[in-house]
Write a protein that binds this ligand. Structure first.
Ligand SMILES: Nc1ncnc2c1ncn2[C@@H]1O[C@H](COP(=O)(O)OP(=O)(O)O)[C@@H](O)[C@H]1O
Ligand SMILES: [Mg+2]
Length: 252
């Protein structure tokens, strides 16, 4: 098992480095073709629209592949301890609202509902914005991927204490999807692990999303856990926490 993960890690590292340059070049050329297309005189409408569709399809697929390669690169960096976090003051409510809205356009079928439990103050954290967005996006994308199209996804934010006097923001993402068997739950955050699909369907993936989520949270002194009874349709809930910035820390 360990050996096979090491082989996969090696493959990731090679892919991450070798694929990036060609992908950047393909993307640049497809963008140039789209621009040139508009300059071709006397092109009939039908041909123009078909070419336009082909070029956009190349562009979309290249972006998807680039996302996968970027995931490989992040995992390679995590394995080698090469990630350093940027630190800035972030309003989690804004960050999540932004991400939810981006996903609404990519998943028009899912009803993503979004509630914020009344708080006396804003949920401000000190963290790496790109990485915090990645954490939330990976969880939301899973909720979308492992739920039926009409499933409701509920995102909740609230404040809690971690038991050591530290105030935390708790973000929960609840879906109505296939759920996760109890005996698979402890392994979900391992890299490359994918749970047996209890609904019997097939979904694509490499099993790195939750590993990245857990590692990024650990680097931010946060936590993650999952709750699911493993009953299809009852869904899963992923809950993560991050330390809230205290008022006095914000002033200093
Ligand atoms: N919301 C969810 N509902 C059901 N299963 C999930 C959910 N999120 C994650 N999983 C399970 O956890 C596994 C690991 O997730 P992840 O690391 O994001 O990898 P991937 O999505 O590429 O398979 C998934 O393969 C799936 O079995
Ligand atoms: Mg995933």
């Amino acid at each position: 098992m360990r050996e096979s993960n090491e082989l996969k890690d090696e493959f990731l590292a090679i892919t991450a480095h070798e694929f990036r340059t060609p992908l950047t070049i393909i993307l640049a050329h497809s963008q140039m073709m789209a621009r040139l297309l508009r300059r071709i005189p006397n092109l009939d409408l039908n041909t123009a629209s078909r070419l336009d569709e082909s070029i956009s399809s190349v562009e979309t697929q290249t972006r998807q592949l680039t996302n996968i390669v970027n995931t490989f690169l992040e995992v390679t960096r995590l394995n080698r301890g090469q990630i350093t976090l940027a630190r800035e003051i972030i309003d989690m409510e804004e960050l999540i609202a932004e991400s939810v809205n981006n996903h609404r356009t990519t998943s028009t079928l899912h009803a993503i509902s979004y509630t914020i439990e009344s708080a006396k103050r804003a949920y401000i954290v000190n963290g790496d914005k790109a990485r915090l967005l990645q954490i939330f996006a990976n969880l939301l994308q899973n909720a979308i991927k492992y739920s039926p199209p009409e499933g409701v996804i509920t995102v909740t934010l609230k404040q809690m204490s971690n038991g050591e006097g530290q105030s935390m923001v708790e973000v929960s993402i609840q879906d109505q999807g296939i759920g996760i068997p109890k005996d698979a739950q402890s392994r979900l955050f391992e890299r490359f692990y994918r749970a047996p699909n209890i609904a019997g369907g097939q979904t694509r993936g490499v099993g790195l999303g939750l590993y990245i989520v857990a590692e990024f949270l650990r680097m931010h002194s946060g936590t993650i856990r999952v709750e699911s009874r493993g009953i299809p349709g009852e869904g899963s809930r992923f809950i993560f926490t991050l330390p809230l910035l205290q008022d006095e820390e914000m002033r200093s």
